[in-house]
Design a protein around this ligand. Structure first.
Ligand SMILES: [Zn+2]
Length: 82
């Protein structure tokens, strides 16, 4: 394992432009179907109750997701910043 032998060939840092992980539910985006894990289609958002109304494009199940059910988004802490 020559760890340093290829440094000159890889001088440029690789910039990863891929999208961030999409496994986490995002408010405003449909979440996968709880029945079949199919692709959800966001029908409507109730901004007052903070409920998303979604139906599944695979099995047509209708389901709802409230904002409170979603994993809170960490916005303030910078604990992981080096
Ligand atoms: Zn489904």
């Amino acid at each position: 394992m020559g760890l340093f032998s290829r440094n000159k060939d890889e001088a440029s840092p690789v910039i990863d432009l891929r999208e961030p992980e999409r496994s986490k539910p995002v408010w405003g985006s449909p979440v996968p179907c709880p029945e079949c894990s199919g692709r959800g289609y966001l029908d409507h958002i109730d901004p007052f109750r903070e409920v998303m109304f979604i139906h599944c494009t695979d099995c047509y199940a209708k389901y709802e997701m409230t904002r409170g059910e979603m994993t809170p988004v960490v916005t303030s802490t910078q604990a992981f910043t080096t």
